[in-house]
Ligand binder design. Structure first.
Ligand code: MN
Length: 312
């Protein structure tokens, strides 16, 4: 879920690079955090890899149990310069934003919000849904060409799928094996969910893209390394295909992220993706003074205050 992010990323990296001749494989443990009352495993950003393509943030949320009185509840908060990609494996969350959008998202559906120069939103589950909640909240850094533009929201109730040797891929954004998603994208990046059965599946990749995997459930082996929930497997560039092996009696759900390496230097602070401290300071003041830049969200949850930028 898109919640407020902490002001700093823990400097915590475990390398597992193979020999120089082999393709890149680095297993980076996620950082434990809590957002909106639920535990999350933050896979991006990591110190070793701040971005994968334009993907700049990934919080694996749950699985957790939503009851009548306890679930994910993230009050109104602002964003600039990024897209939020909400993807659920189980459960439901209601999205409300300052554009007037009110959209329930369920497993297998996409909520995609573009912040541009400013938007605010809230996400809530308590009182609306009971049962398992499991998903991932991703951010995509917007490029210079669109990051000062208008905010936008789109919902995709169904997305294209393709069959793999031992599983199914859903193309969330971008294109996989020639199958494109209809979702907006401002840079050359891809996100897909792979539901894999035991055995090997091979996915073709554009070698000019860098790639990474986040396992949501189960186990997958890549280049002989086991990848499980709680880590980002960074795969680098130069791969024209990816072989994924699932052990017997497992059922694995994995997110494949990729894209052309994002060359713009970004500055992330709280819910802002910017380039300079001044941009963050101005956004912070706008949110704290509620000067209208971020609009109003029709949510009963309290507004989340912005932490003060540490540079004063
Ligand atoms: Mn958010």
């Amino acid at each position: 879920m898109s919640g407020p992010t902490s002001t700093k990323d823990e400097l915590h990296v475990e390398g597992d690079a193979g020999d120089a001749a082999a393709a890149t494989f680095e297993l980076l443990p996620s950082r434990q955090s809590t957002v909106g009352g639920v535990p999350v495993r933050r896979a991006l950003p990591r110190r070793a890899h701040r971005t994968v393509g334009a993907w700049c943030f990934a919080d694996h949320m749950g699985p957790t149990s939503v009851t009548e009185t306890r679930g994910v509840d993230i009050g109104p908060h602002p964003h600039i310069g990024l897209q939020t990609v909400t993807w659920l494996a189980a459960g439901e969350v209601l999205h409300r934003d300052s554009l007037g959008s009110e959209q329930l998202v369920r497993a297998g559906q996409l909520n995609l919000m573009t912040a541009g120069s400013g938007v605010a939103h809230a996400e809530e589950a308590t009182g609306r849904y009971r049962g398992e909640l499991h998903g991932i909240q991703l951010w995509v850094a917007q490029p210079e060409s669109t990051r000062h533009g208008d905010a936008a929201f789109e919902h995709h109730a169904a997305l294209p799928q393709l069959e793999l040797a031992n599983g199914t891929a859903t193309v969330i954004v971008g294109s996989l094996a020639g199958t494109p998603s209809p979702a907006r994208r401002d840079t050359d990046h891809t996100g897909a969910e792979l539901l894999l059965r035991p055995g090997e599946s091979v996915v073709p990749l554009p070698p000019e893209h860098e790639h990474a995997l986040i396992v949501l459930a189960g186990t997958v082996a890549v280049d002989g390394h086991a990848v499980r929930p709680g880590a980002l497997a960074y795969l680098g560039t130069g791969r024209s295909e990816l072989a994924l092996s699932v052990p017997p009696s497992e059922s694995t759900r994995v997110l494949l992220l990729g894209g052309a390496p994002f060359e713009e230097q970004i500055l992330m602070f709280w819910n802002y993706v910017a380039r300079t401290r001044d941009e963050v300071t101005v956004a912070h003041r706008s949110w704290e003074s509620d000067d209208g830049r971020f609009g109003e969200v029709a949510s009963l949850l309290p507004r989340i205050p912005s932490p003060r930028p540490p540079w004063g």
